[in-house]
Design a protein around this ligand. Sequence first.
Ligand SMILES: Cc1cc2nc3c(=O)[nH]c(=O)nc-3n(C[C@H](O)[C@H](O)[C@H](O)COP(=O)(O)O)c2cc1C
Length: 178
Amino acid sequence: MVLMANPVFDTVRSVMAVREYQDKAIPSDVVTRIVDAGRLTASASNRQEWHFVVVREPETLRALGSLVRTGPYIAKSVLAIVVAYEKTSNTGISDCSRAIQSMLLTAWAEGVGSNWTGFGGLEGVRSKVALPDRYEVLAVLPFGYPARPVKGRKKRKPLAEVASAERFGTPFPGGGSS
Ligand SMILES: Cc1cc2nc3c(=O)[nH]c(=O)nc-3n(C[C@H](O)[C@H](O)[C@H](O)COP(=O)(O)O)c2cc1C
């Protein structure tokens, strides 16, 4: 196998869900780059029916930690991005999911950890950050420098179990490819 340097793959391979953060501010230019990665993401028919609310006030971060049942640790992050789509959009979940991945990978490439928290049913978050009723909040992303080194060992099914060559059940990669 030929090994090639590929920083995008390395970022995908090493990113993990980071749930504990240092109490250290993220520089403004890095914050802007993370949000801009969301903006630059492709959406269906390029409709961009999304909105990203950037939260840095400690009081709001604490409130988000209480509002997202599966993300209490948002309270101890230094930044959170609330990701929402217009309720009339048929592709809002797909579009926003892709933007979320762009933002998480961009952050990780800067050494900033994050994670996806919540999945819909986030009405309380919507009103807390004053998003109009026409939006549905998909997720809240807390960010911060990791509190401890990230090991980067992923627990994933082997490639042969989740991918096939040509037809379901034919092992991928087969012996013929490299
Ligand atoms: C759609 C989605 C929703 C998730 N929701 C939560 C959540 O509410 N709270 C949480 O702590 N982690 C959440 N996660 C993180 C996953 O649990 C985590 O990425 C997964 O267990 C794999 O761990 P790793 O990213 O460290 O390899 C979510 C991830 C995805 C993709």
